[in-house]
Ligand binder design. Sequence first.
Ligand code: OGA
Ligand code: NI
Length: 349
Amino acid sequence: MSPPANLLLADLASTGVKQIPTSYIRPISDRPNLSDVQISDVPIPLIDLHGLNGPNHSLIIEQISQACENDGFFQVKNHGIPEEIIGNVMNMARQFFNLPASERLKNYSDDPTKNTRLSTSFNVKTEQISSWRDFLRLHCYPLEDYIHEWPCNPPSFRRDVAEYCTSIRGLVLKLLEAISESLGLERDHIDKKLGKHGQHMAMNYYPPCPQPELTYGLPGHTDPNLITILLQDDVPGLQVLRNGKWIAVNPIPNTFIINIGDQMQVLSNDRYKSVLHRAVVNCNNERISIPTFYCPSTDAVIGPPNELIDDDHPAVYRDFTYGEYYERFWNRGLVKECCLDLFKASPDS
Ligand code: OGA
Ligand code: NI
């Protein structure tokens, strides 16, 4: 039997409701306060990757190092991923979310342990308040282990999305070398810590919302993985916390937004920051974002590297497996207190 058609937010939003259901309404102390948000076109560094392997190498490494330390977020241009591949994946996401509900729902599951699933909000099994989002999650590395589970409608979905995943992985591997180097580690240090590596992706669909002041697309959170590569369409919605203030990161065509995740904060022994960010919604436009979550494999042991530990910089975290971390993350829900605090070397450090 197929699930009931009202499971997904898109199908509620498209009925033209004027008031959001109470399950989406945040308490007054936890609302987006959209008029307080600072507007800035380049609130976070924009790094030109052209010349990473050439004469600008040291300059770019230094820019990456500063961005990871100070902002936890940066944007990249001249990243080497062809516009066509980017356009195709965005098209696939848009077409997928515009399929009839019965077709989309073939992929529905509320079980976070499933590798391929369409769901809504964040974790409908554990959360108290819903978020204004539907999402399709896919595992994408190694591709051949997962691609047969992916949607096959639209017909070119698997082909176009696989091509995107492979290109993004190439970019991530370059960034991991650069980030290792920026920490003074061997270039393959981070690569080697990740076991067999993992790559997940989400296609986030935020329908227009009649009361965007009362709810979130995604409330403030840090990403639990190693590093995130976000592609967003041309509708603003991403906001990043800087010095206690939320800053809008408005879209720049053909750039990616890179953010440091919790595992990178651990692997840098707290030098690089996994920073709070959130997605807000708006009355008029649907918004699509496509984050790639690059991660260690579940059995990989993560902890601060010996090279970054000395008397002045004791290990901030204990060693743990990524599997242990990830399970904690999903079971806690998107609460502002960082999951990292549960993995400190000593509870009061
Ligand atoms: C995420 C996320 C931001 C966005 O999916 O983890 O932070 O703009 N998304 O959709
Ligand atoms: Ni995120």
